[in-house]
Design a protein around this ligand. Sequence first.
Ligand code: HEM
Length: 151
Amino acid sequence: MRKAFLVINALLTLSLIAQLYLAALGFFSPPEDELFRFHGMNGRFVLPVLLLLWIVFGLFARIGRSNIVLTFACLVLLALQTAYFIIAGAMGATPPPNESTPGATPYILALHGLGGTILLLLTVVVFGRVRRLGPLVRSRADAASQPTATG
Ligand code: HEM
């Protein structure tokens, strides 16, 4: 179960790295190509599915309370990625082609880059912490037949 958790963790981290690439792809391409849509699609569909699976497998794989808290913190960070747009929109910001970023809205929207990066780093941290836990030991009999996890 911990192996499955780590596989999903790796996919999530890779998908977050791809998310940064896709953001830059959207930024550096002509607006009429609409290449930002790949960033939006990965962010709206792939990342939430992987993150929810990650949390569920984390609960079953008994990764420990602090790691579970970290996975839920990642869920909050992902939800905030959308919330920054909603808050800025409520304050009058509008997306291209009629882009407008009045008042403090650029500072709110910039949290999207920071929050996403923190989210990526947290998935790397959780991966390392859970890998150090070693495989999940199911029973005393299993425990007796397995070497003790160290670290
Ligand atoms: C790993 C880091 C990042 C993550 C996890 C992330 C996540 C997301 C998510 C979940 C959405 C969908 C929001 C929604 O429509 O509900 C989104 C959209 C968007 N993101 Fe990011 N993002 C990241 C980095 C960036 C960066 C660095 C930029 C810099 C420009 C950026 C710009 C945008 C824009 C403009 C949209 C709207 C795209 C659209 O309308 O289709 N993101 N992002």
